[in-house]
Design a protein around this ligand. Structure first.
Ligand SMILES: C[S@@+](CC[C@H](N)C(=O)[O-])C[C@H]1O[C@@H](n2cnc3c(N)ncnc32)[C@H](O)[C@@H]1O
Length: 366
């Protein structure tokens, strides 16, 4: 369905759901935002038979994104760094640190059969009943939020990042629901949004809170391409950057790049709490916090995964209702403080026999 020939340009430039209840809807945790996009269309996708277990749509809030992550081979890079070749995902030559031009429609998804789902910018119109909440949360940046909503309802749908049925529900389900997380974020904080997808909640927070510096971490090429263009079109290049890669890669750093870290790490609909803690706590400065936007499963996840979170250096996860009195119902956010720095277990060296060969090898030679 949707091709991703935009990848090289996208990574050359600088720069999907969830849960959480919304102002007028039931808990969406069981109803992921992303459309069932054709994962095989993404160049980072590896078919189940050759690399990994079958991919069953988007990882849900409790899903196992690691085992099924089709982006395992992606070369991590900041936007502005050397691009990734669209076809192979191999690093290509260097390019200037400028945004890619918005991709021509012939390569960014116009080939996809849109049918009745042809995007209608009017669907991104702020419903009157949500206007007050939106004004409260976005203040004088409400126009910017509206521009982002329109981008999601048009390009986001065309590129298969947002299901067409989501377009009329963008404000309550996504923008407002994510924006309320801002109340848990201190003034001037640095934020890393893990598994940003189409920019949720990271871009929403950057819009609502110009005092924040936000890094969007996302491994999949097509989403990164969208994020880069969104950052450019919304004029957020000074406060938002896009890192293409997995959270684990962002935290590990490389020969050329320091590990990433921030005061606050956010995530929505990326993985269950134990896995999220394993990915996100290493990205959190000591004393900083992981904020996971969750749905109805939040309390169960806390009960199930507290031990694992604590083993990973986190404090006891706390459940917070955000946006009370602004959106109905309030959003559910699980908060974990990084209390201790726990180093990942070191890989064991293979045991060697006296002759210097490992046992497995000797046995095999027999
Ligand atoms: C269901 S989508 C949610 C997107 C967005 N947060 C939202 O709420 O709409 C999950 C996202 O997590 C990303 N992801 C999966 N594993 C990841 C990892 N290890 N590090 C960073 N992102 C990851 C996927 O590529 C995907 O874009």
């Amino acid at each position: 369905m949707v091709s991703d020939d935009t990848t090289a340009d996208a990574v050359a430039g600088p720069g999907g759901t969830p849960p959480g209840p919304s102002a007028v809807r039931p808990d969406p945790s069981a109803d992921p935002v992303f459309s069932d996009e054709d994962r095989s269309a993404d160049p980072a996708y590896r078919p189940a038979a050759s690399v990994e277990p079958a991919f069953s749509g988007e990882p849900a809030a409790t899903g196992d994104a690691v085992a099924t992550d089709p982006a395992a081979d992606v070369t991590p890079a900041f936007s502005g760094e050397p691009p990734v070749d669209a076809a192979s995902d191999a690093p290509a030559g260097p390019v200037g640190p400028v945004f890619a031009e918005p991709a021509p429609s012939s390569v960014d998804g116009a080939d996809a059969p849109l049918g009745d789902a042809a995007p209608d910018p009017a669907e991104a119109t702020l419903p009157p009943e949500l206007a007050e909440a939106a004004r409260t949360l976005f203040g004088e940046r409400l126009d910017l939020a509206a521009a982002y909503a329109e981008l999601l309802a048009t390009e986001g749908v065309v590129r298969g990042l947002i299901g067409p049925r989501e377009a009329p529900r963008l404000w309550d389900r996504h923008l407002l629901n994510c924006a309320v997380m801002a109340e848990r974020i201190p003034e001037g904080a640095s934020v890393i949004d893990v598994g940003s997808g189409a920019g949720l909640p990271g871009l929403v927070l950057a819009i609502a809170r110009p005092d924040l510096t936000v890094t969007l971490v996302e491994p999949l090429a097509r989403r990164v391409s969208f994020l880069i263009e969104a950052v450019q079109r919304l004029g957020l290049t000074r406060s938002v950057r896009v890192f293409r890669g997995r959270a684990e890669e962002a935290a590990a750093g490389s020969r050329d790049r320091d590990p990433l870290a921030a005061d606050i790490v956010t995530a929505r609909a990326v993985a269950a709490l134990d896995r999220l803690a394993a990915w996100c706590l290493p990205l959190t400065v000591p004393g900083g916090r992981l904020l996971a936007l969750k749905g109805a499963s939040a309390a169960d996840e806390i009960a199930e995964h507290t031990d694992a979170v604590v083993r990973l250096g986190g404090g006891t996860p706390e459940l917070h209702r955000c946006g009370a009195g602004v959106i109905e119902p309030a959003a559910t956010v699980v908060e974990v403080v990084r209390e201790r720095v726990v180093n990942p277990p070191r890989a064991k060296k293979p045991k060697r026999s006296r002759g210097g060969r490992n046992r497995g090898g000797r046995n095999r030679d027999r």
